[in-house]
Design a binder for this molecule. Structure first.
Ligand code: NI
Length: 177
């Protein structure tokens, strides 16, 4: 299977809010398979559509990588409807390679989203899983985790970010599914 290109820091597509999903394209299941293959190849647990150049509001996760009782899941048009508590943990991102920083996020969230059958679902997540979902929804809103760290920490990684942006700045064109 041909893997998708990961859009990295510096790409304008990662700074833009994605478009709400209306009708799903016919080849959506095949596209999801390519997204999963791309995510696994890079050891990711979550991947948003705009990280592979698609301007649509959905992301994928595979929580079985974290807890074998859980499974793959697709979140279409996700919205956080409840937030509770606080949690600080280190994060990384396939679009910001080789950089890890601690980020403060909510400990527990309730998310409303649609699954691939377009059923509306509301579900609660805690801890690490809640963190992954907040990270991916940030992506869909055009926010990267390095924008959630202190200006001082940010200044320490600025030159690395500029290096990554050399590639990201060339990733200006969205792809269609
Ligand atoms: Ni990310």
């Amino acid at each position: 299977m041909k893997l998708l290109d990961i859009y990295v820091y510096g790409s304008p597509l990662l700074k833009r809010k994605t478009r709400k999903v209306a009708q799903l394209p016919d080849n959506f299941p095949q596209f999801l398979e390519r997204m999963y293959a791309t995510m696994y190849d890079d050891d990711g647990i979550g991947l948003s559509a705009n990280q592979v150049g698609v301007d649509l509001r959905f992301f994928i996760v595979d929580f079985s990588l974290h807890d074998k009782n859980m499974r793959k899941e697709v979140f279409i048009n996700p919205v956080i409807i409840q937030r509770e508590g606080e949690d600080v943990l280190e994060e990384g991102c396939l679009s910001v390679p080789e950089i890890r920083e601690t980020v403060t996020r909510e400990w527990k969230i309730k998310v409303r989203f649609e699954n691939v059958q377009r059923e509306v679902i509301e579900k609660e997540f805690e801890g690490y899983l809640a963190r992954v979902i907040q990270h991916e929804i940030d992506h869909l809103n055009g926010v990267l985790f390095v924008e959630r760290i202190s200006p001082l920490k940010r200044s320490f990684i600025e030159s690395k970010l500029e290096k990554i942006a050399e590639k990201g700045k060339t990733q200006t064109e969205p792809i269609s599914i």
